[in-house]
Structure formats: C-alpha cells, structure tokens
Design a protein around this ligand. Structure first.
Ligand code: ATP
Ligand code: MG
Length: 202
C-alpha cells in the first residue's frame, strides 16, 4: 500500500475473489475448476487452501498470481483488480506484488536465500503450492515455522496450497474447496492435538 492507492473496502484484504468462476474445456466437456467462489484473505495472515485433488486449489492460486484468468468474476490483490489487466500489465504487476511460487522439496539450504529475496522484494503476497509435499515431519515443520516467521516478523501475507494436515496448526485459517466450490474458512490450529501426536511419533 502506498499513499496514492485508493482507499477501498478491500483495504484490509490481501486477496479478494468475488463470484469467481473458472471453466476449462476438455474435449466436448466443460470442467468447472472454480464455481462461483467468493472469499477474502486478510492482510498479514498465513492461510492454507485445502481440498481433495482436483478441487481447484492450484486454479485458485493461478488466478491470484495472474498466471491464469477467471472466466467470470473479479479478482483483486492488494486492493488492485487484476482480472481486468492485460498480459503486459499483469507481468509488471506480478513482479511487484507476488513473492515467489516456491517448492521446497529438499532444498532447505536454498530456502534462506529464497526467504531473503522474499523480504527484499517486499511483495504483497507470498504463494506456495504444496511446499511441504515431499518432506518428512521435521523438515515440514521447519518450513511451516519459517513461513510463520515471515508473517509475524515481516508482516507477509502467505497463501499456501496444501494437502498436508500438519500445516493446519500453523495457519490462521484453512480455506476449503470441494469440487471447485468454496465451502468455508475455519480457524487454524484445529488439529493441534493430532499434530502433537504426529510429532512424537516422528
Ligand atoms: N489447464 C487445464 N485444462 C483443463 N482442465 C484443467 C486445467 N487445469 C485444471 N483443470 C481441471 O480443473 C480441476 C481443478 O484442478 P486443480 O489443478 O486446480 O486442482 P487441485 O485442487 O490443485 O488438485 P491437486 O490437489 O491434484 O493438485 C480439475 O478437474 C482439473 O483436471
Ligand atoms: Mg494442485
């Protein structure tokens, strides 16, 4: 946010989706990857997008980063509507506002470099698609702690797509998708007991 930005009702939102639908054509069929999704992700929050395979998680992330376009509806990031931008505008906007789409795998040493960049370029949001996917419990926890620190120490907004229930206790909220439909957000930390049990066994 800078002084010249419009003050909008979306001021406190990092991400706003307003009746967003994304359909893909596959042969003669239409796949409704996202179906009339309306949601808000608050600034300076760490949220997880969860849902079964094919529920639209990556599609949602791609719309937020401007990699893909909504078929209908409105997408705003940092109070700026991106759904109306052309490719050139989107590319410039992305360089300014989107952190990095990081996938950690086993590159923990590289991570501090990636994080330094995220802080230096000061993007509006950081996005991650399955950052802990391939990791053992300990490494996954390290990543989740690092992401949490990015939020608390550097005021980042982090949107993470994940299948990993271990992440639930680290995030402020879990946004659930099912067959392209947003079924609601709940507070994170709900599975703290289960996660504690998992740590002990790891
Ligand atoms: N480019 C595309 N062309 C056609 N169909 C697509 C395309 N991208 C996604 N889809 C379809 O849209 C639906 C949602 O896909 P998406 O990749 O967003 O799911 P996901 O929740 O990320 O799944 P996963 O957990 O397996 O990564 C699926 O039915 C998928 O096959
Ligand atoms: Mg995906």
């Amino acid at each position: 946010m800078n002084a010249t930005d419009d003050i909008t009702t979306e001021e406190s939102s990092a991400v706003t989706l307003d009746h967003v639908t994304r359909t893909y054509k596959r042969d003669e069929f239409e796949v409704r990857a996202l179906d009339d999704v309306t949601l808000d992700i608050p600034r300076k929050s760490f949220v997880a997008i969860m849902g079964p395979s094919g529920s639209g998680k990556t599609t949602l992330l791609n719309l937020v980063t401007g990699i893909d376009h909504a078929t209908s509806g409105r997408v705003a990031v940092g109070g700026e509507e991106i759904s109306t931008m052309n490719e050139r505008e989107i590319a410039a906007w992305r360089a300014r506002h989107i952190g990095l789409v990081f996938q950690f795998y086993n590159l923990i040493p590289v991570l501090t470099v990636a994080i330094a960049r995220a802080i230096v370029t000061d993007p509006t949001i950081l996005v991650a698609d399955e950052p802990t996917g391939d990791l053992d419990a300990k490494s996954a926890e390290e990543i989740l702690i690092l992401l949490t620190q990015l939020k608390t120490q550097f005021d980042k907004t982090i949107v993470m797509v994940t299948h990993d229930p271990r992440s639930e206790r680290f995030v402020d909220a879990v946004y659930r998708l099912d067959k392209g439909v947003f079924t609601g957000a709940e507070k994170g930390g709900v599975s703290a007991k289960a996660t504690a049990a998992l740590q002990i066994s790891a």
